[in-house]
Each structure stands twice: as structure tokens, then as C-alpha cells.
Design a protein around this ligand. Structure first.
Ligand code: GDP
Ligand code: MG
Length: 163
């Protein structure tokens, strides 16, 4: 079984926090080669009775010498291409930004199924950003808190359904 889920989104939305929650200490591979693959992590996720591979598209600092947007795009493209399912993480506290919209526009054309995870939804501070995420045109956003482990049963349903 090699079902792959890519975690994508702009910096600071909580991708790595979600990755760490799903993978825990079962980090299969830390790629420390220089260049493009350096900031990408892959691990074995456990979610209740499901086991799958998860890809964290991480740091964006050193891989290329062009714009942040272009670097993100390349990394996101590679991860989504090889994944069976993608989670687009947005920050419900910060709200939807032009960069989120930029990726959403591109992801809407991708054959890989995409689910929008509105992270940082614990408490009430995420409410407006969560509603905003409907605008991305990728279906109903799912409120989660990667830090507090909220919304994990919804993630389970998405993965289970596609596996
Ligand atoms: P990444 O750049 O997308 O990988 O984001 P990180 O996982 O590094 O998280 C960025 C920041 O958001 C960190 O300070 C995290 O502690 C914080 N964060 C992540 N998940 C949550 C969450 O569910 N709720 C809140 N309030 N903060 C979170
Ligand atoms: Mg990260």
C-alpha cells in the first residue's frame, strides 16, 4: 500500500504541525541532500486504523533563487503530482491571502483531489477566516486545529474515502 497525501500551503499555516501530528516519531525519511528535495519531508502517517505516506512541503528558503511564489509553486506541483490526495492548509486566523488564492486557482485544475483544511480553528478566532476559505472554490473547508488535534476524524473520512 502506498497511498500518498501531500500537505501544501503557504508558509506558517501549520503544515509541519499537521505533519508532525500525523507522523509522530515515525519519520520514514529525512532528506538532507542539498537542493530542491532538501526541505521536503516524507513520513508514515497513522490515523486511527489507516496507514499512509504523508509529504510535508516545508522550507522554501534555499532551493531556488527566484521568487517565493515560484519556489512554492514548484514544490507544490511536485508534491501534488505524485500524491493521491492533497490537503491545502490555510490559516483561519490570518484569513485567506492572495497567495492562498493563487494556489487554489492552480489546484482547481489539478486532477488530484484537494481538500481545504482551515487550520488554527480552536476557539473563536478562526471563524471569519474559516468562512473566507469557501472563496477558494475547492469545496467545503474543514475546520481543524493541527496543534490541538481537532478535526482529525474529518481527515480520516477524506483519506478513507479516497484510499
Ligand atoms: P508551516 O510553515 O505551514 O509548516 O507552519 P508550522 O507548522 O511551522 O506552524 C506555524 C505556526 O503556527 C507555529 O507557530 C505553530 O505553532 C502555529 N500553529 C500550527 N497549528 C496551529 C493550530 O492549530 N492553532 C494555532 N493557534 N496555531 C497553530
Ligand atoms: Mg513547515
Amino acid at each position: 500500500m502506498d497511498f500518498k497525501v501531500a500537505i501544501i500551503g503557504r508558509p506558517n499555516v501549520g503544515k509541519s504541525t499537521l505533519f508532525n501530528r500525523l507522523v509522530g516519531k515515525r519519520l520514514a525519511l529525512v532528506d538532507d541532500q542539498p537542493g530542491v528535495t532538501r526541505d521536503r519531508r516524507e513520513g508514515t502517517a497513522k490515523l486511527y486504523d489507516l496507514t499512509f505516506t504523508v509529504i510535508d512541503t516545508a522550507g522554501l528558503e534555499e532551493a531556488f533563487d527566484n521568487s517565493l511564489e515560484a519556489r512554492m509553486r514548484v514544490q507544490t506541483e511536485q508534491a501534488v503530482d505524485e500524491a493521491d490526495l492533497a490537503f491545502l492548509v490555510v490559516d483561519s486566523r490570518a484569513g485567506i491571502t492572495p497567495l492562498d488564492e493563487h494556489f487554489a486557482q492552480w489546484l482547481r485544475k489539478s486532477p488530484t483531489p484537494v481538500f481545504v483544511l482551515a487550520n488554527k480553528c480552536e476557539g473563536r478566532q478562526g471563524d471569519s477566516g474559516f468562512m473566507d476559505a469557501y472563496r477558494l472554490g475547492l469545496g467545503e473547508p474543514v475546520p481543524i486545529s493541527a496543534e490541538h488535534g481537532l478535526g482529525m476524524t474529518d481527515l480520516y473520512d477524506f483519506v478513507d474515502e479516497q484510499m
